[in-house]
Write a protein that binds this ligand. Structure first.
Ligand code: PLP
Length: 480
């Protein structure tokens, strides 16, 4: 399709298409910019999961989150199968649902055999409501409320204890309230979150004795911690957890983490705690731009398994059940966001702004982390890249810029602009800033699109508002 363009002018669509071929079916989703099923169809439109994006937009409106089921399922399978292949012990992959928590996504992950990592009562309630088995749900958080802890205990999930306050709270809750409430004398199933002193800044990392992190027990507290835990009948501590960061491209930090965690397990055993589970967290990065080059899912899993197996052999320890909890690398590439192009503003010799009908409320990552994304125009995929445009949101905030200086094709009002790799930390971090209703989300597969999150309405926006009686006035046309 690009052959009609003058030499040196790139075609906007095909440049970003996934490198899938019949010979290469094992492609790692996190190494692609667009979902695995992406095509340019005969109308020169972007197609994902067999659905023409322009048709989806007519049906569901914009902004619209579109999730490719095949890409998500492929990532789930690659994690699951890589652990099966490289690890001789038991393993369990958990989906870090903070990346995108909703019933449909929890259900897909569970159907692929994954468990779910949750960090709040709301995420826990969502996972349980999707039918995820409680023995595959793990609750994190550095300040879990009593209400959240009670829901966790009543549901029979595993609590990843973050600090001394929580540990003491659980022990006292068990002896006072919980036994009566649940009628069960089973100890509470917990893991301990430790801070390994490995700090990652995306593409580099530092190893320190201490880490300035709000999460987890400090490594210099291990003796005291393990001794305390071994004496508590109210809790059953089954293992250790650590998570060192997100959007990580290096493999060495997780190798170091795996080694240090086996050493901790060995220490725990020497202090009377026979723990059987090890959770190495998440963190594998994804490709947001052409220059991003993350390892594949398999390349991430393999060294972790190798280090743990070698270390256990050296220390003469049984292999623990190995868990990990990726979020972004499971769902990030599966998602795209479609917007309608509206106004533009040309500032000669400075910049051209093109505005879309969403922005920082549906994707807060650019304004929060200066994250960089790539766009395409879904209704003219083979148009040549001739423009440098800055894609602005519609919020009342100068910093509401989705993509700065994007290299793309010419665009006009009514075009459908798609931002790639928005599956993770977009909907889940979305807000109603400026009282914009949250967009809808659909899952696409085999030419079918199903709504998984309804678009909010203006009525939804005022649903939680309360107008005190004394402010209801005939003057304003509102009577009680
Ligand atoms: C405790 C924990 N586990 C897992 C994750 C998922 O990380 P990622 O989405 O980078 O895989 C996070 C996210 O930061 C986290 O805080």
């Amino acid at each position: 399709m690009g052959s009609t363009h003058p030499a040196g002018v790139q075609n906007s669509g095909s440049k970003y298409l996934p490198q899938v071929s019949s010979k290469n079916t094992n492609i790692s989703p996190n190494q692609q910019l667009l979902p695995l099923t992406t095509k340019i169809n005969s109308h020169d439109h972007l197609e994902v999961g067999g659905c023409d994006i322009t048709t989806l937009v007519q049906q569901f409106g914009t902004p619209l989150y579109i999730l490719d089921e095949e890409t998500l399922r492929t990532a789930c399978r690659q994690y699951r199968d890589s652990f099966k292949h490289y690890y001789q012990g038991e393993s369990q992959v958990l989906y870090a649902s903070k990346a995108l928590s909703c019933l449909a996504v929890c259900a897909i992950a569970a159907l692929e055999g994954l468990g779910i990592d949750v960090v709040s009562g709301g995420e826990l309630y969502t996972a349980l409501s999707a039918g995820v088995s409680p023995d595959k749900i793990y609750l994190h958080g550095n300040n879990k409320s009593h209400e959240e802890l009670i829901l966790a205990i009543q549901s029979g999930i595993t609590i990843v204890v973050d600090n001394w306050y929580e540990l003491h709270t659980l022990v006292s809750m068990k002896s006072s309230v919980i036994g009566n409430m649940t009628g069960s004398n089973d100890p509470i199933r917990i893991m301990l979150r430790l801070t390994p002193g490995i700090e990652c800044h995306t593409h580099e990392y530092i190893r320190t004795g201490h880490l300035d992190s709000k999460f987890g027990f400090d490594p210099n507290q291990l003796d005291e911690l393990f001794s305390f835990v071994s004496k508590q009948s109210a809790i059953n501590c089954v293992g250790l957890h650590a998570h060192i960061g997100s959007q990580i491209f290096e493999r060495q930090p997780h190798r170091d983490l795996a080694l240090v965690m086996v050493q901790w397990l060995s220490k725990a055993a020497s202090l009377g705690n026979a723990m059987t589970e090890l959770n190495v967290g998440g963190g594998l990065g994804i490709k947001y731009t052409e220059s991003d080059d993350p390892p594949s899912i398999e390349e991430w899993v393999k060294p972790i398994c190798e280090v743990i197996q070698e270390a256990c052999a050296v220390l003469n320890m049984p292999l623990p059940k190995l868990l990990c909890e990726p979020g972004r690398s499971l769902i990030g590439t599966a998602g795209i966001t479609a917007y309608t192009v509206g106004s533009s503003k040309v500032i000669p010799d400075i910049r051209t702004y093109v505005a879309v009908d969403g922005g920082m409320s549906d994707n807060p990552r650019p304004i929060t982390y200066q994250s960089v994304y790539r766009p395409v125009i879904a209704n003219q995929m083979s148009a040549p890249i001739t423009e440098t445009l800055t894609i602005a949101g519609k919020h009342c905030e100068s910093g509401d810029i989705l993509i700065k200086n994007a290299q793309m094709s010419k665009t006009k009002p009514g075009d459908i602009l798609v931002v790639m790799a928005t599956g993770a930390y977009n909907y889940s971090m979305a807000s109603n800033y400026n009282r914009l209703p949250r967009p809808a989300a659909v899952v696409v597969a085999n030419g079918e699109a199903n709504l998984i999150l309804r678009r909010e309405t203006y009525q939804d926006l005022i649903k939680q508002d309360c107008l005190p009686e004394r402010l209801k006035s005939k003057e304003l046309g509102v009577s009680s």
